[in-house]
Design a protein. Structure first.
Lengths: 320, 274
């Protein structure tokens, strides 16, 4: 088992902002398009450091997405980030046609994803963004597990990927645990804990609880593999198929609707290649609501305890 | 590349004829708007835009962004007449495997397309981004964006118009095809656009209205635009849907229709005899 050193609590949006700032220092083609909530999505650092490369578009996300496409046509490396409900969903058609159909290198940030947005409630909790963006041709979709990884994923999106990239991140400060030496390879998942009885595939904020769940399971004599699926598209079929073959069942965990989310993406790979029993943890066809992030995570079953509970249940199915 | 008005009229005539031919061959597509815009396209590609059909990626070119993708037939016909590809290829319009997609699709490899577009309300935003990009690089390339009048009902157009005004994008020129019609009928009945000039002015644009089917007037207007402005500029070009074919002129039912082969023959005959 990997023993991660908990470095503290830090929001993935902060990691995203650090990545964009570093990217802006490295390459002056990086431009940022803002939609009013600059600081809230972690882009105030860039805006202060490079005001001439920061373009405020106001609360007009459809236009902002098109403007980003225009910058990309002119050889710039545009970053457009706002809450995921607006970047992935409000500007959905602009993302589809102006960005993806034209296969333009635009980095799109989906902030405040998931139920852990908290008190703002359902309107601002993006729970459907992955279902939409992962269906778009040409796009790469990242869902980093902590702030350190969010920073790396952002730099990868800026300088390694050629076409459109969507990066999903959250609002709340969450465990920052991946070592700075851990390489981020797009499309290559990370096995955080080798295990033989079952595999837990998690993404974003659910990766840390998955690691915690594996400890609970370990105390019950169950050996759980933990996989960090940080790239939703293109999906790492090889690691998923290997998990199906070697552990015989898969549990997925995500802060997103079960319909069309990461679990669905994993299931698509599993059923086509090596069907095994699966369970999925996520939001079950409902909107979110107001509350403290930890209260909401508990209410919607997005905790280490619930992951462990579902794992034990899944194991029974596998063994029957 | 100054061309005489008479020469431009001849080009426009040929562009119209090939629009009709390609649509008759395709069996579907948008005839009305394409015919109405033939004069504007001729003016742009033969008298206004800096471009090089033999080097479509020349960085110094002006950018033409077609926001109303459904007038692809006149766009393609113009590109072919300007030497981007052979005229005969126009007869592959809308067919499987063709580079001439129903709405412009860059990934199919047709030279001269800057942007795959056709979902209404997106081109002006992309043009704003392009203009800001040129400005950031200290370049003075112009960006021309062609919009339909019905398209102006899309709210995103006004988001883009607001941004262009806010950033004083004086190298951005929008052209509105003001034919007064859309699929369901008169724009003013479907959703009122007037007072259109005042709307653009309120968003910080310099507005010019003109007869979009009058080559002399177009020549004069675009010549004036070239002198520059401190604001983004919009040309509201009043055109007649179906221009050149008297039996269909101004008839909104020809917005999204293609002629039969027999109709096409009659239409072409009329254009040749003007
Ligand atoms: Mg119209």
């Amino acid at each position: 088992m990997n023993h991660f050193q908990l470095k503290g609590l830090k929001a993935t949006r902060t990691g995203f902002g650090e990545g964009v700032l570093e990217g802006g220092r490295k390459n002056n083609n990086v431009v940022v398009i803002g939609a009013d909530i600059t600081a809230s999505v972690g882009l105030d650092g860039f805006a202060k450091a490079f005001p001439e490369r920061f373009f405020s578009m106001g609360i007009a996300e459809q236009n902002a997405m098109g403007v980003a496409a225009g910058f990309a046509l002119e050889g710039k490396i545009p970053v457009f980030a706002t809450y995921a409900v607006f970047s992935a969903l409000r500007a959905a058609d602009q993302l589809r046609i102006s960005v993806c159909y034209n296969n333009l290198h635009v980095v799109i940030g989906g902030a405040h994803a998931g139920i852990s947005v908290g008190p703002d409630g359902a309107t601002h909790q993006a729970l459907e963004d992955l279902a939409y963006v992962r269906a778009l041709p040409n796009i790469t979709v990242f869902s980093p597990c902590d702030a350190t990884q969010a920073c790396k994923a952002t730099l990868s999106a800026l300088f390694e990927i050629k076409g459109p990239v969507y990066i999903r991140f959250g609002r709340e400060a969450v465990p920052d645990f991946t070592p700075s030496t851990l390489e981020f390879i797009p499309g290559k998942t990370q096995v955080f804990n080798e295990g033989t009885d079952l595999s837990i595939i998690a993404t974003g904020h659910l990766v840390w609880p998955a690691i915690e769940a594996s400890k609970i399971l370990s105390s019950q004599g169950i050996s759980a593999r933990v996989i960090n699926l940080h790239t939703i598209k293109p999906i790492d079929e090889e690691t998923i198929i290997r998990a199906a073959k070697e552990t015989g069942c898969i549990l997925t965990a995500e802060e997103h609707q079960l319909h069309g989310g990461m679990g669905s993406a994993v299931a698509e790979v599993v059923v086509k290649n090596y069907p095994v029993p699966m369970e999925m943890i996520g939001i079950d066809d409902s909107f979110g609501e107001s509350g403290q992030p930890d209260e909401l995570m508990k209410k919607f079953g997005l905790t280490a305890e619930n992951i462990a509970l579902n794992a034990a249940h899944l194991l029974k199915r596998k063994n029957n | 590349m100054e061309n005489s008005i008479e020469h431009l009229r001849n080009i426009a005539r040929s562009i119209r004829i090939w629009v009709i031919k390609s649509l008759a061959e395709a069996g579907s597509g948008h005839l009305g708007g394409s015919l109405g815009l033939a004069d504007v396209f001729t003016m742009l590609y033969f008298n206004v835009l800096k471009h090089d059909s033999q080097n479509p990626a020349w960085p110094g070119r002006d950018r033409f962004i077609l926001s109303i993708g459904h007038v692809a037939p006149v766009f393609y016909s113009t590109l072919a007449h300007a030497g981007y590809f052979p005229l005969e290829e126009l007869l592959t319009l809308r067919k499987l495997g063709s580079r001439l997609q129903g709405h412009p699709g860059k990934e199919h490899g047709l030279p001269g397309i800057e942007l795959s577009a056709g979902s209404l309300g997106q081109g002006l935003s992309v043009s704003v981004g392009l203009s800001l990009g040129f400005r950031l690089d200290g370049l003075d390339n112009k960006v021309y964006c062609l919009l339909g009048d019905g398209e102006l009902q899309e709210g995103s157009v006004w988001e883009a118009a607001m941004a262009a005004g806010h950033y004083h994008l004086n190298h951005l020129i929008a052209i509105v095809d003001r034919n007064g019609l859309q699929i369901d009928g008169s724009t003013e009945k479907v959703m009122r656009l007037e007072p259109l000039r005042q709307k653009w002015e309120a968003f910080g644009w310099e507005v010019t209205e003109c007869d979009g089917n009058n080559m002399e007037e177009l020549s004069f207007i675009f010549g004036k635009l070239a002198q520059g402005s401190s604001k983004p500029q919009v040309v509201i070009a009043k055109t007649v849907m179906g221009k050149g074919v008297s039996t269909i002129e101004g008839d909104y039912r020809w917005h999204g229709k293609a002629p039969t082969r027999a109709e096409a023959e009659r239409f072409i005959e009329e254009i040749l005899n003007i």
